[in-house]
Design a protein around this ligand. Structure first.
Ligand code: 5GP
Length: 142
């Protein structure tokens, strides 16, 4: 038996929340490993934090500098953004160049990536901006 709230989220018998995506397999949503990083339940190399967001180094870096910037608000993906997330997401975008500058990749350039859904290979369902730099990037991306 499941319970549905007003946002298309369901709660199962164990209190776990999940969403129903009609064309995708059922995905567990919350909490993800990133919530545990926010709550300091697991360690991370944190490079920036404020009331709205936190940035930490990716555990499996794909470039010499690979930082993940996430909102503290639990948002699953770009597809799940609501109008009142605009301030949070705008805050993240403003923080990207600040974090890139602190990491020393501003001058040479860097790339941000927001993998969304299965085709893009999103593996953690808490929205995150990859900030990648320290090497020449290829285009088109793989
Ligand atoms: P996605 O594939 O969803 O776009 O990106 C998820 C990213 O999170 C991956 O690059 C992966 O290496 C990173 N990641 C997964 N688990 C952890 C973790 O426990 N700690 C850190 N720092 N990064 C993680």
């Amino acid at each position: 038996m499941v319970w549905r709230d007003g946002h298309g989220l369901f709660t199962d018998l164990h209190g776990q929340r999940f969403a129903c995506y009609p064309f995708q397999r059922r995905k567990r949503l919350l909490p993800t490993i990133f919530s545990k990083i926010i709550d300091r339940e697991i360690p991370a190399d944190i490079v920036y934090e404020d009331d709205v967001c936190i940035a930490f180094r990716d555990v499996n870096p794909q470039a010499p500098v690979h930082i993940l910037l996430i909102p503290k608000r639990e948002i699953v993906s770009l597809n799940d953004l609501k109008a009142d997330d605009a301030g949070v997401m705008g805050h993240l975008m403003v923080k990207v160049p600040e974090i890139a500058s602190k990491a020393g990749i501003s001058e040479e350039g860097y790339r941000i990536v927001v993998n969304t859904g299965e085709n893009a290979g999103q593996s953690v369902f808490h929205i995150h901006i990859h900030i990648l730099g320290g090497r020449k990037m290829e285009w088109p991306p793989g």
